[in-house]
Design a protein around this ligand. Structure first.
Ligand SMILES: NC(=O)c1ccc[n+]([C@@H]2O[C@H](COP(=O)([O-])OP(=O)(O)OC[C@H]3O[C@@H](n4cnc5c(N)ncnc54)[C@H](OP(=O)(O)O)[C@@H]3O)[C@@H](O)[C@H]2O)c1
Length: 305
């Protein structure tokens, strides 16, 4: 099964669904998961220095026996010297070059956007990466890079789902104007983070019509927006579900509009409260571990979620 591709502004073609090794795989050995993903038919892997598992991704790539040209590998810069950053990532991945190298967050380069982008352009010219792009950039961040550089970023990877789509009107317009492809992570938020909201009913009804699942409908919606899906799973059973998106009928214009409209209403207040509470619990847990291992009792009492 080969996935459709999206053509970037530099002519390179990126498979429309990528398997990510962040979020639930963050800090974990990802070999087995990437192994299963490649075996199932994924050809696009999304990793990052910050995920601390590039070496295990490299192991899975080598074990797959796939031709390098049959694989799209994205990784991301996480600060420090840019050339050294990509070289370290390439060393861990065991690759001579990646397909896409992204600035993971604008704050990593906020002291010198122009200088950082110039170095990114050099990485592309020197063949260390086929394409270059950014992640979590606002319109203003993008403008700084586009106006200063000679190469326009090929992609901007952002958190995109039906409940925040309306807030990205300007970003979509600016990206379309400059042929910057949006890559969407966190698209399954209506299922994973905000269940019980107004989008659920719409997804269920479309899922029934196309013979798919609500998750597949969300991915179809992302693709209909011209974006690339970056998702993940720790469960082998979901891999086929994700890839089968390519074989399902497209959403109609009315269905896309119905998801937009339901999404614009926002998630249910209960799910927002639950999402906030889970974030708070996670934050407190991380602080607690820091406390036990590193900090004095005084340090913790000064912090709260
Ligand atoms: N650039 C950035 O700043 C950034 C930030 C975050 C993520 N990312 C990238 O994007 C990738 C995906 O991120 P994401 O996790 O936010 O993507 P996502 O596609 O929104 O969510 C994937 C998660 O959804 C769960 N899921 C799927 N179907 C489900 C269902 N029917 N019911 C309940 N749970 C379901 C999966 O859990 P199971 O494991 O149980 O299947 C999986 O962990 C990351 O791995 C990373 O590569 C990038």
């Amino acid at each position: 099964m080969s996935l459709p591709t999206v053509t970037l502004n530099d002519g390179n073609k990126i498979p429309v669904i990528g398997f990510g090794t962040g979020s639930s795989l963050y800090g974990k050995d990802a070999t087995e998961y990437v192994d299963h993903a490649l075996e199932a038919g994924f050809s696009h892997i999304d990793t990052a220095a910050i995920y601390k598992n590039e070496a295990s991704v490299g192991e899975a790539i080598r074990a797959s026996g796939l031709e390098r040209s049959d694989l799209w590998v994205t990784t991301k810069y996480d600060g420090g010297d840019i050339l050294q950053g990509i070289q370290t990532s390439l060393g861990k991945l065991g690759l001579k070059s990646v397909d896409l190298y992204l600035i993971h967050f604008p704050r990593l380069v906020s002291s010198d956007f122009e200088g950082a982008w110039e170095e990114f352009e050099k990485l592309k010219k020197d063949g260390l990466t086929k394409s270059i792009g950014v992640s979590n950039f606002s319109v203003q961040d993008l403008k700084t890079v586009v106006n200063s550089g000679s190469i326009t970023p090929s992609v901007n990877q952002i958190r995109l789902h039906p409940y925040n789509y309306a807030s990205y009107k300007d970003l979509f317009a600016y990206s379309a104007q400059h042929n910057i492809v949006i890559e969407a992570y966190g698209s399954l938020a209506p299922i994973t983070t905000y269940p019980g909201g107004p989008v659920d009913k719409v997804l269920a009804s479309i899922a029934k019509r196309i013979g798919g699942t609500p998750a597949q409908v969300i991915f179809k919606w992302v693709i209909a927006k011209g974006a690339v899906v970056v998702t993940t799973t720790s469960k082998e059973s979901r891999l086929k579900e994700y890839l089968a998106v390519a074989d399902l009928p497209d959403l109609t214009a009315d269905e896309i509009a119905a998801i937009d409209e339901a999404g614009a209403k926002g998630p249910s207040s209960t799910s927002q409260a639950v999402a906030r509470a889970s974030f708070c619990a996670l934050f407190t847990l991380s602080l607690a571990s820091v406390y036990f291992f590193m900090l004095s009792p005084m340090a913790l009492t000064r912090r709260s979620c």
